[in-house]
Structure formats: C-alpha cells, structure tokens
Design a binder for this molecule. Sequence first.
Ligand code: SDX
Length: 392
Amino acid sequence: ETGCFTYDPGFTATAACKSAVTYIDGDAGVLLYRGYPIEQLANNSSFLEVAYLLMHGELPNKTEFESFEHEVTHHTMMHEAFRTFLYGFRHDAHPMAMMVGMLGSMASFYHGSLDLEDAEQRRLAAIRLIAKVPTIAAACYRYSIGWPIRYPKNNLEYTTRFLHMMKEVPSEPLELSPTAAKALDLLFILHADHEQNASTSTVRLVGSTGANPYACVAAGVAALWGPAHGGANEAVLKMLEEIGRPEHVGAAVEKAKNKESGFRLMGFGHRVYKNFDPRAKIIREMTHKVLGELGVNDPLLDVAVKLEEAALKDDYFVQRKLYPNVDFYSGIIYKALGIPTEMFTVMFAIARTAGWVSHWLEQQTDPEAKIGRPRQIYTGYAERDYKALDKR
Ligand code: SDX
C-alpha cells in the first residue's frame, strides 16, 4: 500500500539501457573496459589509448593511435571568447561550478555547425570534449587563484600538457617528474568509465532527448559534483583531516555507525561493488609507491590506512559489504602531486569525459534508443474534487 494506491510488489527497476562499453561484476570486484581488465590497462596502457578504446571499442594500432593523438592535440585550444565567459564567474567560485558553466557554454560555440545525424561530426564533438576539457579545467583553476591562463603546449603528451597548464607558475617552468605525470595518467585511466553511474546515466538521459553533446557533458559534470558521487574524493580528504591522527580512527568508525550522526565514512561503500572496488586496490598500492618516489611523507596516509583497517574489521561495515571505493585513496595522491583539494573532482571529470562521450556516441547509433523516461511509485492522493476557497 502506498497511501491510496497499491502497486505491483514485483515492481523492479528495469535496466537503464544496453551498453557494450564497460562491464562490472560488483560481487566479484571485476571491471572491464571493452572486455579488457582494468588491472591490465592500468599496468600497460595510457589514458589517451584508453579513451580511444572506450570510444571505438578496440585498442588502436600505432597508426590509429598517432592519428587520434594528433586530432586531440589539434583541438586543445579554446576560443578566446571563453576567457571572457570565464572571467564572468566570481573568481573564488568552486572550479566545478565553473566547469558546469564552461562546458555548457561550449554548446554555444559549436551548436550551429553540429549535425548529430553526421557520424563524423559526432566523433569530432567527442574529440573536442576530450581535448578541451583539460584546457578548460586548468583555466578554471588558474582564474580561481588569480594566475593568467596558460595555453596548451601541444608538444607535450596529454596528461603532462594538463599539468603544465595547471601548475606552471609564471616565474618558473614546471619541472615535472615522470612519476607525477604517470601517476596522474594512471588515475585518469581508473576514472575513465564505470558503466551506468549517476553522471553517465545523466549524460545518456540528456542525450536521449537529442540535446547537444556539450550540454550532455555539462549535465554529467553537474551530477558528478555531488559528494555521494565524484565529490567524494574531496570529501575523503576533508574527513581524513578532521580525523587528524591514526589513534582517532576508532571514534570515526563508531560515529559512522550511528545513523543519527549523519556522518558516513567518505570513500567507503558503493552502489554496485559489494566487494573491493578493483580500482581502490590499484590506487592503494600506487599511493605508497608514488609518495615513496616523490619523497612525500603525508600523515593522512597513515590515518587512511588505519581507518581502512578499523572499518574492514568492524561487523557494521563487513555485514553491509562496505569496502573502500575509488575515491578513498585518490585524494592523497592528488595532494602529493600538488593538486589542490577543490580540483579533485575536476580531475575525476577530466577522466570521466572519455566515458561520457563514449556512452553518448554509443547511444546515438543505437537503433532501439528511445527518449529516457523513468517511471515512479506514486505515493500521493487518489483523485479528489476541488474545494472553493470559502469551503476550505
Ligand atoms: C563513486 O556508481 C558508480 O559507479 C560511482 C563511481 C564511479 O566510478 O562512477 O564508482 C564513483 O561515486 C564512488 C562512491 C563515492 N561516494 C562515497 O564514497 C560516499 C560515501 N558512500 C556512501 O554514501 C554510499 O556508500 C554510496 C552512496 C556510495 C552507496 O550507497 P548505497 O549503496 O545506496 O548504500 P546505502 O545508502 O543503501 O547504504 C546501505 C547501508 C546503510 O545502512 P543500513 O540502512 O543498511 O543500516 O550501508 C550504510 C547505510 O547507512 N552505508 C554507510 C556508508 N555507505 C553506506 N555507512 C557508513 N559509511 C558509508 N560510507
């Protein structure tokens, strides 16, 4: 019974869509991008090669990859009018607020020439988004700290180019360690796609109406921002800083078990994984390696390790199959790379753009695709008659 209506107890959520992009087995902790295990891609591939794989369905050969890389590099610049648009934001606006606006504004730059019936134009829109999102992300950050925007150095590879736009201060060239660029590229691979998560489902729902792909991705950025989703990496670091010391983790675990507290262990739990998130395992090992190679000794890593140990031993978490997810350790690496906390979710958005455009492209060529129209379980009043004002 829901108030006045009964509904079929067999009501089950139907699958949102069919897709061949990514496969997840939440119980076994398996994640495949176009059939390739995330562990193998993390150890052998690059983010741009993974972006090609997600978009096209196959790993590129040398010629295909060089051509793809050339196309992406050719589209890294943004129109100068973007600068005017960007400078209209409050300078201290959260970079994700700027990203939503800036990506939505891309629709105004390319809408006129975009014929979604044309496969080549759809592919070009996907390339433009993968190419320009790092440029826009770095511009949002630099504007927020009062630095001049830097143009992309197109002689650099994708992730290194982004770090140079982000961090190269006007006075001295950024000496980037290969470790930093490789670590960020690996994080981009791990965040590139994840089946029908909230932001990807948002992109597909908006795309199902025939909306402009730039508007679709802007909607995806907005969905990703929430702390229950992509915003969790920023929330994890704030949580670890609030816990402060390894000896305080027990109190945090107890607080998270008390529903009234409204406090949850950020970076724990997942809608699908009821086992370890395979990405979390890779990132945890990577965190120790990267901090070691960079000579960074971050006390928050000790807090994270102790918090994970305490939670994984606690029945409350074990019974609910709450394990660390992709966001639990990633913030510690971003911090070690000198990425500011407010940019953590922007990092996620840069990587997930590859997944968003791949799902959008897939949807555009699906002959069975229809406009998304989720239904509901109605819990309101049964039909009733209007009452005149003097009768109420
Ligand atoms: C991402 O979908 C994707 O694929 C997302 C993502 C991707 O790559 O796109 O993987 C990225 O978004 C990872 C998730 C990042 N979010 C967080 O780390 C935020 C903290 N986690 C939780 O808010 C929560 O675990 C969710 C939102 C991730 C999942 O929520 P669920 O599966 O809906 O779990 P639930 O709310 O139904 O909770 C089940 C039980 C509840 O207790 P009971 O009512 O059974 O007593 O577990 C408890 C919850 O209170 N619980 C937690 C908890 N998460 C769930 N208790 C403490 N801490 C937590 N983190």
